[in-house]
Design a protein around this ligand. Structure first.
Ligand SMILES: *Cc1c(COP(=O)(O)O)cnc(C)c1O
Length: 476
């Protein structure tokens, strides 16, 4: 399997070459040259693998179609090391529970940081450690976080040989729980830098450091952001697992509803569908930041400036520009790299939007690709959380509630709908208290986490201070 760029760069790379990379050199995103096709016999075989050998074995089957530069025995070992009951809370790894008639929740948030990002990031940690050891090199991961991504990256990379993490967060602006999650890590390769500023200051510093190519090369700076293909690939697995959990035969179809921000999670569903998984609908759910819903309803993709990005009660979806969206548009346009380049390069830079409503491909977005969408507001979110609590005794996290709300608008008799649970309610307890007047339950392992000693360095919002900190910590 070789990988190409959505913007037409002629280079064709193998999996491990793009594993440690961000964007392609032309600014595009990496995708496989073609999606491996899963025929009925393979699907039936995978159903057996999943039922008899479990999630990790299924992950190996899927990943091995996309990764041919890691020996199969090693890849299998990496999958089994990653997807364990100890790390993900149950032998099923991603179990389903019934919410009500025709509606199911896929529990993807029982990993170490209580958000679905662990499903991919834990694999990434093991892949990085493996590949860096093979190359005899090191990587210093630099990132900015306002919550979920930073903690998932730290818990995935803690104690990994060859990797250091420098994670910038806005000083005093994360919830006490989020701060405790990150700052209580005592691993020497994890560095929390609390920047005296807001999230945008943190992100600006990361950009400035990465733009200094000399510094970047000398200190082997890398990232783990959501455009990483390996993260997306890891997420494809739970669509298959969800399908096998709910169906008996491969003649049945299933739909998924996905709380969406950067379009990584639902893009993995698109990949699963392109491989041949019988997915009826892929329901894209957004909050008040509805750039994706607008596109799927109207064909117009209009990114928002940060001043028009609302701070909502499902904050991990407060996104004005969906960084993985280019992957889907590339497929939608029949993999026309020149057009993709024109739309995401010049067109977005010039006008901040593009319009595909008159394109014949857009007319097939539902029939050929299964996509539908909807948005949810703060009031919808609270109503949905209350209704689930009253009718089923289940607490929903605010992001998952957005998807439940939108999923209900697209239910079809006879086709089960699976909502992906992207976080546990305890991570967003203020909204749960607002909706229900009570605190969500906390997993026993996280009781009292706020009282643990904290390991964090407070720094002013100055690029040079951050660079000096990294340089002092690196023995390279
Ligand atoms: C990251 C995240 C999302 C959005 O996922 P994308 O892959 O960016 O679409 C939704 N909910 C939660 C809780 C998240 O952490």
């Amino acid at each position: 399997m070789r990988y190409l760029s959505t913007r037409g760069h002629p280079e064709r790379l193998r999996f491990c070459d793009i594993l440690l990379e961000g964007l392609a050199p032309d600014g595009g995103l990496y995708l496989p040259e073609q999606y491996p096709q899963v025929d009925a016999a393979t699907l039936a075989r995978w159903r057996g693998v999943w039922a008899e050998q479990g999630y990790a074995a299924l992950a190996f089957e899927i990943l091995s179609l996309y990764i041919d530069d890691i020996p199969p025995a090693d890849l299998r070992a990496l999958c089994h090391k990653t997807y364990t009951a100890e790390v993900f809370g149950s032998p099923a790894i991603a179990p389903l529970r019934r919410l009500d008639e025709g509606l199911w929740i896929a529990e993807l948030s029982n990993g170490p940081t209580l958000a679905f990002k662990d499903m991919a990031m834990q694999l990434l940690g093991n892949l990085f450690e493996y590949e860096l050891a093979r190359r005899g090199t090191q990587l210093n991961i630099l990132g900015a976080t306002s919550g979920d991504t930073g903690s998932a990256a730290e818990y995935a990379m803690r104690g990994k040989r060859g990797v250091r993490v420098f994670m910038l967060s806005p000083h005093g602006r994360m919830s006490a729980f989020q701060q405790a999650q990150m700052f209580s890590l005592q691993d020497p390769n994890i560095h929390n830098l609390a920047i005296e500023g807001v999230f945008d200051d943190c992100q600006d510093i990361v950009k400035a450091v990465s733009a200094d190519l000399e510094f970047k090369r000398r200190y082997q700076i890398g990232t783990v952001n959501s455009i990483n293909w390996a993260r997306l690939l890891a997420q494809v697995v739970y669509y298959f697992a969800g399908y096998f959990s709910l169906t008996r035969s491969d003649a049945q179809r299933i739909s998924f509803a996905v709380p969406s921000g950067n379009f990584g999670n639902v893009c993995a569903g698109h990949v699963a569908r392109m491989m041949g998984l019988p997915i009826e609908q892929l329901v894209v759910a957004t909050n008040e930041n509805d750039v994706l819903d607008e596109f799927f309803r109207t064909g117009c993709y209009r990114v928002r400036p940060s001043a028009q990005t609302f701070e909502t009660s499902s904050p991990s979806m407060d996104i004005s520009k969906a960084s993985n969206f280019e992957r889907f548009v590339f497929d939608l346009l029949g993999r026309d790299a020149a057009r993709t380049q024109a739309l995401f390069g010049a067109e977005l830079a010039r006008s901040g939007c593009f319009d595909l409503s008159a394109d014949p491909a857009f007319a097939q977005i539902r029939s050929r690709y299964g996509f539908v969408s909807g948005r949810s507001s703060h009031a919808d979110r609270l109503d949905t959380i209350r209704a689930a609590w009253q009718h089923s005794g289940q607490m929903l996290d605010p992001h998952t509630a957005d998807a439940v709300r939108v999923a209900r608008q697209h239910l079809q008799a006879g086709t089960p709908m699976v909502v992906l649970e992207t976080a546990l309610p305890v991570k967003f307890s203020a909204t749960l208290v607002e909706a229900l007047g009570r605190e969500p339950e906390r997993p026993a392992a996280l009781e009292g986490i706020e009282n643990l000693p904290k390991r964090v360095q407070v720094l002013p919002p100055e690029v040079e201070r951050v660079k000096a900190y990294i340089a002092a910590e690196c023995d390279c």
